[in-house]
Design a protein around this ligand. Structure first.
Ligand code: 1PR
Length: 589
């Protein structure tokens, strides 16, 4: 249970808490500061402490959440480990913390802006300079450096020498760096003791570089094109570029070692084989309400999810929360939920779906993606909801990434027509606020054979297997509304445009292959993964372990997703991974 109600940092910046509404006993003077940290405060302030605070207890951790994004996963992981959370509401709360976690989210400049305006930047610097127990995560690491090139240069807290720069995608490395990568531990860091040769989960486009000037801080590096700073440690101050809260058991052990250093045993023996970015294996749950109104995991054949019986009922393959939990235990590197009727139902009216996310995120510590129905919407009462509001609700409910289908097709068509980036599409708005690494575009193409590439204005390929009338070429037509409507845009054109508009990743389905178990559409996946420099997830058609090695050997896909074979328990996730390892393809184990 949380020790205090959540109050975002942003709200602290703009509103002052009504002291009159708090009891006298809940207001104490700054002089009672337990750790005698000093903060140069222009005017002496009163410190507000919740009656339930009790932070002298070793089971309470202070969380700095400045309200810029989803830190629900960090909260869930902390609670899962048996700790209570006290939210920072004032700079003094930072100085009073026994143990502070700072899961930075959003963009560097806006984070620094909020930290500076609220006095938190100064408090953080003081706290860290006083060697108080600190764990920064992702942006929470980057902000400790001198400056960042992200929309900048922008000054950081300046505690560690170095500039945070963007990954270089020109040498073939896909940006954002998304996925499970290996650490090279440079010095004993205690919190990394169980990581060893295991992969941890990264998702970022910017990174700090190790140098002679910061080597006393750097505790591990990771290689992605160049070596970048994966973690820092000096005394009680730690920060990690990866996401421990999304790195499965290994990540939880990092948090556990930080939260409870005294109770830690010796290093666990490490049996991982991590050396570089792993190919990801993703379990996908297509979710919708069945005819009785229960939310079920379903699975179609070429997008037809109804049984071919007299009753014609929606195929029911299980309960979403249970299946997601099972796939996490089985070793899925990510879990995706697609609300497949989101295009016609309003997702914020779909409370069971939000509940599914909330419950799943309490026990599943790998990335969760959710898609379906992300678009602007006006409800029956005339209330308008922007796509950003819809996405925000998904993020608040536990999603790490959201996936946009139909609405991205309309945005791409518009952009091709006008050549103007309006900034108003759901894709642009959500990636601006949450970063492009949080936005997946899901493409639902259908293969269209043609005799001559000049017959169509879209990018065609010479297909490996000719069409029914001997056609040697095909283009891939995008569809919307769950494959119900074909649009005048190809998957190739769409992929290029959505990358430009801010997508961080592409989920590449194929209606022809969906549910067929005959393998991924290698022609399509090669076409798209060669066309963009963001990661591509191959989807649709997996029927055996060999299909996974084929897609990774023949295309530049970063991940492969499957549904039916996992739901029907035909091929366990572990078998897929063992097979890939045997074939020399690095995966997380
Ligand atoms: O258009 O933004 O509302 O998003 C709707 C989302 O729902 C899209 O991501 C779209 O792909 C998905 N969707 C809509 N209708 C269906 C359907 O099946 N009737 N599912 C659907 C798409 C494809 C994959 C599937 C793989 C692997 N399903 O998610 O899991 O093909 O399956 P397999 O391994 O069994 O072959 P919007």
């Amino acid at each position: 249970m949380e020790a205090v109600a959540y109050v975002s940092f942003t709200s602290f910046a703009t509103k002052s808490l009504p002291f009159s509404s708090l009891s006298q006993s809940s207001i104490i003077n700054l002089n009672q500061n337990r750790h005698k940290n000093t903060l140069k405060s222009k005017s002496p302030r009163k410190l507000v402490v919740c009656a339930s605070s009790g932070s002298s207890s070793g089971s309470v951790v202070t969380l700095l959440d400045y309200g810029a994004g989803n830190v629900r996963s960090v909260r869930n992981a902390i609670r899962y480990l048996g700790f209570e959370i006290e939210d920072v509401r004032t700079p003094e709360d930072i100085l009073n913390a026994d143990r502070l976690i700072f899961p930075g989210v959003g963009a560097f400049a806006s984070a620094m802006d909020v930290l500076t305006k609220t006095g938190m930047a100064e408090a953080l610097s003081t706290y860290i300079k006083n060697d108080r127990p600190f764990l920064g995560i992702c942006l929470g690491l980057q902000l400790l450096f001198e400056s960042s090139e992200e929309n900048g240069p922008v000054n950081g807290l300046g505690l560690i020498p170095g500039v945070v720069g963007r990954f270089n995608s020109s040498n073939g490395f896909r940006v954002p760096h998304i996925g499970w990568n290996a650490l090279q531990v440079a010095k004993d860091s205690e919190i990394l003791d169980d990581v060893g040769d295991h992969h941890v989960y990264f998702v970022h486009s910017y990174r700090a570089m190790p140098s002679d000037d910061n080597k006393e801080w750097v505790s591990s590096t990771c290689n992605y094109g160049d070596d970048f700073v994966a973690s820092i440690r000096r005394g009680n101050v730690h920060a990690v570029q990866f996401h421990p809260e999304k790195s499965g058991d290994v990540g939880l052990s990092v948090l556990r070692r930080f939260l409870n250093p005294k109770s830690q045993g010796t290093k666990k023996s490490t049996q991982g084989k991590a050396s570089k970015l792993a190919k990801r294996v993703i379990a996908c749950l297509d979710v919708r309400a069945n005819d009785k109104g229960d939310l079920v995991v379903t699975k179609g054949d070429q997008y037809d999810v109804r049984e071919h019986t007299k009753e014609n009922e929606v195929r029911n393959l299980g309960k979403p929360v249970e299946l997601a939990g099972q796939y996490y235990k089985d070793g899925a590197d990510e879990v995706s939920f697609l609300n497949i009727t989101g295009f016609r139902d309003f997702p914020l009216g779909d409370l069971p779906m939000l509940q599914v996310l909330r419950h799943t995120s309490e026990n599943v510590f790998v990335p969760l993606t959710v898609g379906g129905g992300i678009r602007d919407f006006t409800d029956a009462n005339g209330r308008y909801y922007s796509s950003l509001e819809v996405a925000s609700e998904y993020f608040r409910s536990g999603a790490d990434k959201i996936s946009i289908g139909s609405d991205a097709v309309y945005a791409a068509e518009e952009y091709i027509k006008t050549k103007v980036k309006t900034g108003k599409s759901s894709l642009e708005q959500i990636s601006k606020v949450y970063g492009n690494q949080a936005v997946v575009v899901s493409i639902d193409p259908r293969r269209v054979y043609v005799k001559d590439p000049n017959d169509v204005q879209f990018k065609t390929i010479r297909v490996t297997k000719p069409g029914p009338n001997g056609e040697e070429y095909a283009w891939y037509q995008c569809t919307v509304n769950g494959g119900r409507e074909g649009r005048p845009i190809g998957a190739y054109e769409l992929a290029k445009v959505v990358e430009e508009l801010g997508a961080g990743e592409i989920l590449l389905n194929c209606i022809d292959c969906d549910g067929q178990g005959k393998g991924f559409d290698i022609d399509l996946i090669k076409l798209i993964s060669d066309a963009v420099s963001i990661p591509v997830i191959a989807s649709s058609g997996a029927g055996s372990v060999e299909h996974f090695s084929e897609v990774f050997m023949k295309t530049n896909a970063s991940a492969a997703l499957a549904a039916g074979i996992f739901h029907r328990k035909e091929v366990p996730i572990q078998s897929v991974k063992e097979h890939l390892l045997k074939e020399g393809i690095e995966v997380r184990i």
